[in-house]
Design a protein around this ligand. Structure first.
Ligand SMILES: [Zn+2]
Length: 219
C-alpha cells in the first residue's frame, strides 16, 4: 500500500506540516426509513505522525447529511494557541514537581483551558493566579488593587507591568461578571504580560541566586 500523506497542524512545530498516516479507519452511520436513507454521517479517523518532529495527532475528517459532501476537520490533541513556558515547572524552585506547587497547577490549568477553547475560564484563572502570587510575595493588603500597588512599590514589578496587569484584571472581572470573551490576540497579550510578571518574580530570582561568583584565591 502506498504511503498516505496529509497536511495537518502540528502543535509541536506550531504550523501545518506533512503527516504520515499510520492508520485510517472510516466509520459510516445512517438511518433509514423504508428504503430511504434519511440521515448519514461519515467520519474518517487518521492516526498521523508529523514528518518533522514525529508527534502523533488523531485527525478526523467528517461530513453528514446536508453538507453536500464537504468535509470539516477536528484534531486531538486540539490545536494549541499558546504553549506553556519552558520554565513553568520551576516556579517553586528547581527540584519541585507540579503536584507540590499550587501555582504551577493553576498556571497549567490556564493552558489546558486555552487548548480546549475556554477563554473565559482561562482569564479567570489568570486573575486567580495573580492573586495567589501577590499574596504570597507581599502578603494580603485587602484588595487586588492595593496588592498590586504594593508589588510595584516594593520593586517586584515595573510601572509598565503594573498598568498592564491592571488591564488584565479588568478583563478577568469582565469575564466573570459581563460574560466578556477575549479575542485570541487579547488572550495572547494577557498571557505575555502574565508570563512576563511571573517569570520576573520567580524565575529570575532563582537564576540570580545561581550566580555565585567564587572569590579569587590568593596565590
Ligand atoms: Zn511536528
Amino acid at each position: 500500500m502506498p504511503e498516505e500523506i496529509k497536511r495537518i497542524y502540528c502543535n509541536n512545530c506550531s504550523r501545518e506540516t506533512k503527516h504520515l498516516i499510520l492508520s485510517h479507519k472510516k466509520k459510516i452511520e445512517f438511518e433509514e426509513e423504508g428504503k430511504q436513507v434519511v440521515y448519514f454521517e461519515e467520519d474518517n479517523y487518521y492516526l498521523s505522525e508529523c514528518m518533522g518532529c514525529e508527534s502523533i495527532t488523531l485527525y478526523i475528517e467528517s461530513t453528514f447529511s446536508g453538507m453536500n459532501d464537504e468535509y470539516f476537520s477536528n484534531q486531538y490533541p486540539p490545536k494549541t494557541i499558546r504553549k506553556e513556558p519552558k520554565w513553568l515547572h520551576r516556579i517553586d524552585g528547581d527540584a519541585i514537581s507540579f503536584k507540590q506547587s499550587d501555582k504551577a497547577e493553576v498556571f497549567r490549568e490556564i493552558y489546558i483551558a486555552l487548548k480546549n477553547n475556554m477563554p473565559r475560564l482561562a482569564i479567570m484563572g489568570v486573575r486567580a493566579l495573580l492573586e495567589m502570587v501577590m499574596v504570597e510575595v507581599i502578603g494580603d493588603q485587602g484588595t487586588f488593587k492595593k496588592n498590586l500597588s504594593k508589588l510595584k512599590d516594593e520593586g517586584y514589578i515595573s510601572k509598565y507591568q503594573f498598568q498592564a496587569i491592571d488591564k488584565v484584571i479588568e478583563a478577568g472581572h469582565a469575564s466573570m461578571h459581563r460574560s466578556y470573551k477575549a479575542s485570541s490576540s487579547e488572550i495572547n497579550s494577557i498571557m505575555d504580560i502574565t508570563e512576563n510578571v511571573i517569570e520576573s518574580i520567580y524565575i529570575n530570582k532563582i537564576n540570580v541566586n545561581k550566580i555565585n561568583p567564587t572569590p579569587r584565591s590568593k596565590k
